[in-house]
Every structure is written in structure tokens, then in C-alpha cells.
Design a protein around this ligand. Structure first.
Ligand code: BGC
Length: 252
């Protein structure tokens, strides 16, 4: 049972800063998620202002978990592949805590948050062993969990498979940019999954990101050997996982 019953999760993405209070026993949102457009450029100060606005709008005064599309170690962002480069080296935990009147905050990688949520409440809730979640979006995010324990910051979107970074080969944005059909894109995803399964031997892959909504159009076309299941929580996984990270005291 959770030490806390509710926490607030905020998922910071390229287009939106989205948040809600989460019931940590069921993984359900306690109210409709609140969305604020991500400021452009998405600098740390501008995003922190949006976060403060969101929390004020929600009238929430407890602890907050936040995701970033970055490697996050001890609250500090170390990479910024698809977000403003000024995040690199930013102490995000201090930044957000200061923006929220010094309250307790937890910051983690966006895919790691989605993985925590899918593993506990979503597509992988009944699966034992190694779960490898991939989020297909602007880039490819990854979360590796063994029996519910997260190995943070795996960054498999940047692993070279077949001489190419996986996210350059098979992110959802690549499908759009190159106007690939689902069969064409599924061939690329299969290459990525074959490379990953030969290295990690997961029990299951969970496919997340917006494109998992159309899972029936491409998952059946995959030719790798490990089972691939679509994410369940869709656009709430990051929020739920961020809230869970507060409760678990995760400080990757
Ligand atoms: C970043 C990851 C992030 C993923 C999804 C990648 O480019 O390196 O940290 O999880 O995109 O946003």
C-alpha cells in the first residue's frame, strides 16, 4: 500500500505541460487533466512558470512529480535530445521546487515515468519478469523494469542498431517526416525490436506514444520474436508515473 494516497504528476512534453492529481492505489486521475501549451522556446524558466501556473490552476498544495524528456540524475537534467538545449546541466529539482514555493518535487525521465505506470497499472500489470517499454514520438524513449523495479535512464532511443540510432530510424516523427506507410514503418520498428531483444531478452515489449492508438495497424506487422503489447494508459501514463515517483521516493 502506498505511503501517500494521492500525488500530483506533471508530464512535460514538446507541445504540452499536462498534469493531474493521481490516486496512487488505482492509478486513476482524480480530475480531468490540465494542459498548458509548452512555452516556445521551452527554456527551463519558461517551463517552470507554466508548471507553477498549472499547479495554481489545480489548487494543489502537496508534493509534485515531474517528467522531462532528458536523462535525469539526482534532479539534474543531463541531456536534451528533443527539447531546448538549455536544459542540459539544469538542476530541475531546485528550479521546480523554487517555482512551487519550496515544496518537495521529484523529477524523472518521461519514458521512465510511463514505464512505471504501465508496469503497475497498465498494459504490463500482470506480466512478471523484464518489461521493456518504448515510447514512439518525436524521439524514442525507453523504460526497463524487472519485476517492477526500474533501471532509470536507459536511453535506448540512442542505441545504434544496424548502424543507425534507433530513434532516427523508427520514431513516430520519422514516419511522418518521410511519409512512410504502416508496413514500411513496421519494418523499421522490427529492426529496432530485433536488435533490442537480442541484447535484453525482455518478457514483453510495451509500445507507447501517441502512435500506439493505432496499434492494430502496425503491431500485427512486426516480425520480431518477443510479444509486443500496446500501452494502456495512453496520454496519462507520464502523469501517473510522475505521481508514482513521488510516492516511491524515486530520485534517479
Ligand atoms: C530522449 C529521452 C526521452 C525520449 C522520449 C529521447 O530523445 O533522449 O530522454 O525519454 O526522447 O521523449
Amino acid at each position: 500500500m502506498s505511503a501517500r494516497r494521492h500525488a500530483f504528476g506533471i508530464d512535460i512534453g514538446g507541445s504540452g505541460v499536462k498534469g493531474a492529481a493521481v490516486d496512487l492505489e488505482t492509478g486513476e486521475l482524480r480530475h480531468e487533466r490540465i494542459k498548458i501549451a509548452t512555452p516556445q522556446p521551452s527554456t527551463p524558466d519558461a517551463v517552470a512558470t507554466a508548471v507553477a501556473q498549472l499547479i495554481a490552476q489545480a489548487d494543489w498544495d502537496g508534493p509534485v512529480g515531474l517528467t522531462l524528456p532528458c536523462v535525469v540524475l539526482d534532479g539534474v537534467a543531463h541531456t536534451a535530445a528533443n527539447v531546448d538545449k538549455s536544459w542540459i546541466g539544469t538542476d530541475a529539482r531546485t528550479l521546480f521546487s523554487d517555482a512551487l514555493d519550496g515544496r518537495e518535487v521529484t523529477v524523472l525521465n518521461d519514458a521512465d515515468a510511463a514505464g512505471l505506470a504501465e508496469d503497475r497499472f497498465g498494459a504490463a500489470r500482470d506480466i512478471d519478469g523484464l518489461v521493456l517499454l518504448l515510447t514512439f514520438g518525436t524521439g524514442i524513449g525507453s523504460a526497463l523494469l524487472n519485476n517492477g523495479t526500474l533501471v532509470p535512464n536507459t536511453e535506448l532511443g540512442h542505441l545504434e542498431i544496424g548502424g543507425m540510432e534507433t530513434e532516427h530510424r523508427a520514431a513516430a516523427s520519422v514516419k511522418e517526416r518521410e511519409d512512410l506507410s504502416y508496413p514500411e514503418w513496421a519494418t523499421r520498428v522490427s529492426t529496432v525490436l530485433r536488435g533490442l531483444e537480442d541484447l535484453f531478452w525482455p518478457t514483453v515489449f510495451v509500445a507507447g506514444g501517441g502512435i500506439s492508438r493505432d496499434a492494430d495497424q502496425w503491431i500485427p506487422l512486426l516480425t520480431n520474436r518477443t510479444r509486443v503489447i500496446p500501452a494502456d494508459l495512453r496520454n496519462t501514463a507520464g502523469i501517473v508515473g510522475a505521481a508514482m515517483a513521488v510516492d516511491a521516493g524515486i530520485t534517479p
